[in-house]
Ligand binder design. Structure first.
Ligand code: CU
Length: 145
C-alpha cells in the first residue's frame, strides 16, 4: 500500500497544477489592441455590418437582443438577408452559452438577433455569417464583457 503513495501525491499535484492552469487561462486579459469596433467590412469585403445591443447596452448574464445592420460597401441596405450567429470565448475554448438567431428583418438592412447572452466576463467573439444578394460572407466582432 505504501508504494502507491508517491503516485497519489503526483496525481494530486497534477490536479492542482491543471486547476491552476485553467484558472490562469480564465483570468487572461483580452489581447492588446483588440479591435472592438461595432461596424466593419465582412472578411471578403462583400458587406459592411454594424451591430448594437437593441436596448443600447446589456448586462452580463442577461438574455438580450442585438440589431445588425447590413449594407453593401457603397452603403445600400441589404434586404432579405439571412444571418447565422456563432461565437464564443477564444481564451476559454468555449462557444456561446445560447443559440442566438436572427428573428426579424426590420427594413433598411436592419435585422434583430435574439437570444444573446454573455454569461461571464472577458473577451467574446460574435461571428455573423451573412447571406444576401446571392453572396455569403462572415464578419467577426470582438466584445469585452
Ligand atoms: Cu468563458
Amino acid at each position: 500500500m505504501k508504494r502507491f503513495r508517491p503516485i497519489l501525491i503526483a496525481l494530486a499535484l497534477a490536479v492542482v497544477a491543471a486547476a491552476g492552469f485553467i484558472a490562469f487561462k480564465m483570468m487572461q486579459p483580452p489581447p492588446d489592441g483588440l479591435d472592438v469596433s461595432r461596424s466593419k467590412a465582412s472578411q471578403a469585403g462583400v458587406f459592411i455590418v454594424a451591430v448594437e445591443p437593441e436596448a443600447g447596452s446589456f448586462e452580463q448574464g442577461a438574455l438580450h437582443a442585438w440589431i445588425a445592420t447590413v449594407t453593401t460597401p457603397d452603403g445600400k441596405p441589404v434586404e432579405n438577408a439571412g444571418i447565422a450567429v456563432d461565437g464564443g470565448m477564444p481564451q476559454h475554448g468555449h462557444g456561446l452559452p445560447t443559440a442566438p438567431a436572427m428573428t426579424a428583418a426590420l427594413g433598411e438592412g436592419r435585422y434583430r438577433i435574439e437570444g444573446v447572452k454573455f454569461n461571464m466576463g472577458g473577451w467574446w467573439v460574435i461571428r455573423l455569417t451573412v447571406t444576401g444578394e446571392g453572396k455569403t460572407d462572415t464578419v467577426e466582432f470582438n466584445l469585452v464583457v
